[in-house]
Design a binder for this molecule. Structure first.
Ligand SMILES: [Zn+2]
Length: 188
């Protein structure tokens, strides 16, 4: 079962292990300019700034060189550019996606494998291998894909990931996307 971890808002130093994980994920390169050691000194930056309510969460932290970090100041940067060394990650995501579409297109597929595929897809969008999510949320996402197609839902997941939406809030976020989408369709 997913543990509902409360996010800390109080300012505290980011634990060294989290800093390491973030830098490793980002290939030890600044996510804004792509430079790395020894050309620049690397720091950890918040995508959604602390000023805007951003937290010290793996998904809200990125590697940034001192210069870029200083230049960005206290602004939020939800659309962080992807550097070339992360192309590999993008390819991994694409592979997951192809696999997922194959499963979804198989009408005879069981609920369980659908949920498994959804877990893969979320993992791809968030670039995590292992995580927990409550059954109800997974079922909701499966149904969402049946309703809107894997392309749209995956794009929504990616936007959630880009905006550092926590995994236990993902279903709610996707529900928001769904409402938005339905609203827009109604306007046309
Ligand atoms: Zn930089």
């Amino acid at each position: 079962m997913a543990k509902k971890k409360r996010l800390r808002v109080a300012r505290k130093a980011i634990p060294p292990s989290v800093r390491w994980d973030v830098m490793q994920r980002d290939g030890f390169k600044c996510r804004y300019c792509g430079r790395g050691c020894p050309d620049v000194e690397l720091t950890i930056d918040h995508i959604i700034s602390v000023n805007d309510g951003g937290v010290d969460d793996f998904f809200n932290l990125i590697t940034a060189c001192k210069e870029c970090n200083a230049g960005k100041g206290r602004k939020s940067a939800p659309d962080v550019p992807i550097q070339p060394d992360q192309v590999k990650e993008a390819e991994k995501i694409r592979d997951w996606y192809v696999e997922f579409c194959t499963v979804c297109n198989d009408v005879a597929v069981s609920q369980r494998s659908q949920r498994k595929a959804v877990i893969s897809l979320i993992g791809a969008a968030y670039n995590v291998d292992k995580f927990e999510m409550v059954q109800r949320d997974l079922t909701f996402i499966v149904n969402l894909i049946w309703e809107f197609g894997a392309d749209d839902v995956f794009a929504w997941m990616q936007s959630a990931s880009d905006r550092s939406v926590h995994l236990w809030k993902l279903a709610a976020y996707l529900n928001g996307c769904r409402k938005n989408h339905v609203g827009k369709a109604g306007d046309e």
